[in-house]
Design a protein around this ligand. Structure first.
Ligand SMILES: O=C(CO)[C@@H](O)[C@@H](O)COP(=O)(O)O
Length: 269
């Protein structure tokens, strides 16, 4: 679709967009200090067909999750991506493929219709991992955010096709048991998505992909990011522990106690 036809076919709610631009810009400048992140809401990639309701807040959250990947040491160069899903509009916002993280803005994310896989941003190519993100959103109905990384310590376990064993209370808290690992899976079609569903543990919001990396998910892009950060953190600690000898597994009934407290009574509610 040409830029001209996109502009003809689409409507911009200018007043709404300008309000959002103003508040988003302030939020970005306040929280990141990155002046370049000012969003141009008139950019063609922001034009969404009339039937779709764009979600400025989710755009900001997805951009933030992508910015956090290099900031948290989870990616090298372009080797990871973050997305978010808005069930009201049916739209998925995802990192543009191969884009430098400091070039990502709320206004230049790739936008995809979940139901059909149609890319609504003709001039922005989505992450090569789009198919896996879409498959997970379709099959895990509570999920609103997904992260993929090749973070080093977790990916070392993946290289060995080994799960991260449940040998730390922090693993019980966050994951409720070991972080599983799939065998090697090729990247065609829905193969990775299907393998994630097959090998995941029901309540564990992350998995290692054999010989590849990490997928993590959550009820928001921020929560998916937390899971991705925690996968790497515990993988690093377990790796260090393994230099001392075999690690000691925590029995499932003990893991359950930690999980229950952390998930149900930890923090400020
Ligand atoms: O694993 C791979 C490539 O093999 C991708 O996850 C990674 O490079 C990120 O790709 P995108 O920049 O999101 O298209």
């Amino acid at each position: 679709m040409s830029r001209e036809s996109v502009e003809n076919d689409c409507s911009l709610e200018v007043g709404r967009a300008q309000t959002a631009k103003s508040s988003l810009t302030k939020a970005i400048l306040r929280e990141t200090g990155v002046a370049q992140a000012i969003i141009d809401f008139r950019a063609p990639t922001m034009l969404i067909p009339k039937t779709e309701k764009d979600d400025a807040n989710l755009r900001l959250e997805v951009a933030r999750a992508n910015w956090a990947l290099p900031a948290s040491g989870l990616v090298t160069m372009h080797s990871g991506n973050a997305s978010g899903y808005d069930p009201e509009s049916g739209l998925v916002y995802i990192k543009p493929s191969g884009m430098d993280y400091d070039q990502i803005k709320p206004g230049n994310l790739a936008v995809v219709r979940l139901e059909t896989g149609e890319v609504l941003t003709p001039d922005i190519r989505p992450s090569v991992d789009l198919a896996h993100h879409l498959f997970l959103y379709k099959n895990l109905p509570e999920v609103r955010g997904i992260i993929h990384t090749h973070s080093n310590y977790a990916t070392a376990f993946a290289a060995a096709n080994k799960p991260v064993p449940c040998c730390l209370t922090a693993i019980c808290d966050e994951f409720g048991g070991e972080i599983p690992c799939t065998p090697y899976i090729d990247n065609e079609g829905e193969n990775i998505g299907r393998a994630i569903l097959k090998y995941r543990r029901e309540r564990t919001p992350a998995i290692l992909l054999g010989n590849h990396g990490v997928f993590a998910w959550g009820s928001s892009p921020k929560n998916a990011l937390k899971a991705a950060v925690m996968v790497e953190d515990v993988a690093r600690t377990v790796w260090l522990a393994m230099q001392l000898g075999p690690v000691a597994a925590i029995p499932p009934e003990e893991a359950e106690k930690w999980y229950d407290r952390y998930q149900n009574r930890y923090g400020q509610g």
